[in-house]
Design a protein around this ligand. Sequence first.
Ligand code: GLU
Length: 501
Amino acid sequence: MNIATNFPGPVRDRYAPSPTGLQHIGGIRTALFNYLFARSKGGKFILRLEDTDRTRFDTEFVKNLYDTFDWLGIRWDEGPNTGGPAGPYIQSERTSLYTQYAEELLEKGQAYRCFCSAARLEEVRKEREAAHSGESGYDRRCRDISPEESAQRAKGGEAFTIRLKIPLGENTRFHDYLLGDIEWKNDDINPDPVLLKSDGFPTYHLANVVDDHLMEISHILRAQEWLASTPLHVILYRAFGWDHPEFCHLPMVMGPDGKKLSKRHGATSIDEFRRQGYLPEALLNYVALLGCSWEEGKDLYTLGELEERFSLDKLNKAPGVFDYKKLEWYNGQYIRQKSDAELAALALPWAVGEGLFGAGAPGTEPDAEQRELFTAAMPLIKERLVLLSEVPQKLAYLFAEPPMPEAAEFFPKKADLSQTTALLKMGRALVEALAAMNDEEAENLIKAHAEKEGVKLGDLLMPLRVAITGARISPPLFGSLRLLGARRSLERVDRALAALG
Ligand code: GLU
């Protein structure tokens, strides 16, 4: 289906966050889909800050927004800081426009001044609640005040809001790309919602509609939680005499239990994923596939491929289920695509933060030798690494003597102390040679030796592994021996032998 029916012109879409919280999965998904849709159509992607809710606004959230998209590598064509022909792109800098358009609706008789105080509105609410009337919202008391009286009271300095006069007894219809034709009884819409507040600030509805019109937005791709506002917006567009953009309400993102994704399920803010050591490529790739059907059998897409191949036809109607395990899988895949130097650079902040280079003192930067060792150690962990934050713990044994494990930790299955000691001594005799060999040579040597001595290969390896790495499960032993070198390796084995008595 060709979606651009109302707007045969170029595609212009937008991400319009309210900076009242940290950027989370749902938000970046909306942004990403808009970005990809614009790119796939050769259109423009716009960022607009919807910051009219001054009580919940915080500059910290604006900073978080910019940081997040910077990190993700998603850029907008027009927006705050970037500029563009339809600016300013921050709603709090556009307030005079909203007043002007609210007044236009007043003049057209499509809106009216409401002089009810907050206290009166609260009273109405309570009365209705007590009467179990089932009605909610405003009782439309000021709807029928004559324009003359209304103008006079405003002139006299009485405080007022401006409310939309919803045409009653009618239905509002619109088409949603994904959900099809939607029809809503006007009488069921939030009764005459406020467009302009008494402090002169617009509500979301007015500012959103005016800006989408003035910014020539052709398509609105937004979360399905906004669907309930759409009939109201359609009424507003008609009241102004404007065409509305195409709507496509995106399927919700759910947790594995089928409830809306929230903190109960795990990380949701992008900051938290960053702190855990996810790569932006992994997050973008995974989020782009959430609630979408892409090609069978292809999981990994570069941003360029996503930009080229995105289409609204790939969207599913059913909600996307956020699978943390799958995201981990993606992260592992992208980690393995990194060179050792790249991976070391990415993991360095965690290593420094955890004190890997300062005997546990956080913040210690590596010296030249430590830096070299850190990069050289990447091949040991790359294959099984899931999160960058795991790196310091996995490599701690290379940078500091690991704590001496209990004797039993050294024992191969079914072996006792004297057998274990004998096996470790056997291993010790090979350390110098092993430390100078590549994996294949080392493997051949130790296999031949085990055979010659009549012991199991695993039994020979276990005590040596524990002596060198401090644990039964560790990064590869031969690589560790090479990186530590013969001298330090022998010291570790000797200390272990002493501890075993
Ligand atoms: N400011 C709204 C938000 O925070 C925008 C919704 C829309 O895209 O219309 O999501």
